[in-house]
Design a protein around this ligand. Sequence first.
Ligand code: ATP
Ligand code: MG
Length: 656
Amino acid sequence: MSENLSNLLKEERRFAPPAELAAAANVTQATYDEAAADRLAFWAKQAERLSWGEPFTEVLDWSNPPFAKWFTGGKLNVAYNCVDRHVENGLGDRVAFHFVGEPGDTRDITYGELKDLVSQAANALTDLGVQAGDAVAIYMPMIPEAVVAMLACARLGAPHTVVFGGFSSDALASRIDGFGATAVITSDGGYRRGTPSALKPAVDEALAKLGDASPVEKVLVVKRTGQDLPEGSWAEGRDVWWDDVVAGASTEHTPELFDAEHPLYVMYTSGTTGKPKGILHTSGGYLTQAAYTFWGTFDHKPETDVYWCTADIGWVTGHTYIVYGPTANAATQVLYEGTPDSPHKGRWWEIVQQTKATILYTAPTAIRTFMKWGKEIPEEYDLSSLRLLGSVGESINPEAYVWYRENIGAGSAPIVDTWWQTETGGHMISPMPGVTEAKPGSAMAAVPGIEVAVVDNDGKPVGNGEGGLLVVTSPWPGMLRTIWGDDERYKDTYWSHFGDLGYYFAGDGAKLDEDGAIWLLGRVDDVMNVSGHRLSTTEIESALVSHPKVAEAAVVGAADDTTGQAVCAFVILREEAGDGGADIVQELRTHVAKEIGPIAKPRQVMVVPELPKTRSGKIMRRLLRDVAEKREVGDVTTLADSSVMDLISKGLSSSS
Ligand code: ATP
Ligand code: MG
């Protein structure tokens, strides 16, 4: 990036922490001071949140960068840390999960029960031949057995890769193959918008595709829907019902100790910018950062909080902030199987009301959907239990932030806008709810213990009021250790941009405002260059979303003969705006020009019914760029709904 990003959008609103929360907050200014005084000593102290079977001798071994080793010499069992020790500490009766199934079935699982379930699953997997170091693929809906399966793998030291239950058999096959999974844990199906949707047949297809090259020896199948399996779907000797082997297994299982650097899992990135990358996370450092950030960012109080993260476990957020971070803190959480609009658009708020959830962690895309549906829906429910709200996945547009705070957080709950990546393992940049005076749309500052910077192309820090590239300037415990099976790609993708400076290149653009607060501006790959001005997708999208008729917006740069690139905007209107009226396109172009400046005025505004999103809810701008530049669209394997692209292309050809 030869020139810095133009810094255009202005936001003056500020929200200070509620006094009561600040007075009892987990993270205080002293936490920042302590981390700044001695970062490694700070992390060593955070590692004490875990129970180590053998203590570590060194906090960080960075002798062979960029290959980090954290807490070297230390040994632990991740599942023991997430489950057993709470039971040993007398918390066996505490609810770990309030499970809510989509059809309305509910099930509370205590830590005592979770310990039994995880032990049984570990024993069953051992009987099926799974050993420490064996790779296991998990392809399941959001049901308790999915969490149990992950923790059972962790307990055995068998690294898992969770493949989102909505992915196709192709995506599953490539991950099974790439990861070398010898076992697959799946279910007959799951519930999606009121109907059972099959999963097992996709496993069969994936394994058939791999044929003789398939590394899979066993397929363990949970019965969730009870739906009939297709004829010939059951492979004798390979396929085993979960109920047949887990339910009868012993609830006694001795957790083995593993090295701090033992592989815990591989998670494939969302694929927003290209082909997904298999990100390796290991045990001690990852769990330390997961446990610490869950405690700090969410100001978690184990006796009184009921926490709900709406992410799917097939996404890194589900790993760190459902399975590992919360359970390491003995949290009580909500686990919901379904979609926000099934059977009605108030479902989430009904669940908050029923479970008295106190902390809600979700994605901007969901918030914008609720904005589109209207505030009358949440208004029908008692949301007064909520005391803290979180956001992850994309920048939260200031309008969406304020809507979330007002309509879900009663105008008082602080919002933590958490920036992190599959690669970072845990939160990196976020307000701390008891300390930070937050600005809507800004992730604010690095969490204590993390060091980031916004730099120019040469790695020189930019000043306040300037934009550039986001980097992490020193290693952190939850960092990825490599791209699975591809050390060269790991070095090249993340560590080669700034030569000897040793900075981790995140791939995101960011700016520092006049106070030094960090604003994420979107992917570097998505930055637009209009007549020599580098414009941020996030800023123009936020300007569009600030228009009362707009619910969602995606902006891309398309080749343009005069300006080099031109801004093309795709917008979804709020329901109450109807079709927006005859002048909607002109109205929105003028609105952007007024909010940001004439340079950002879109050449084209397209009103669309949907936007292409990944399964984790991120907008896939690269596909929209393909449409805007009239190319064939690229890799869509991680798209939530591939028919969306047809809808959009059709709309485009009829309006231009
Ligand atoms: P791929 O790397 O395959 O293109 P991806 O980057 O979408 O996929 P993830 O690791 O799920 O995969 O997403 C991380 C990215 O999400 C970040 O790099 C950033 O662009 C975006 N992101 C996450 N949280 C925030 C946030 N709070 N504010 C702004 N952007 C965010
Ligand atoms: Mg990425």
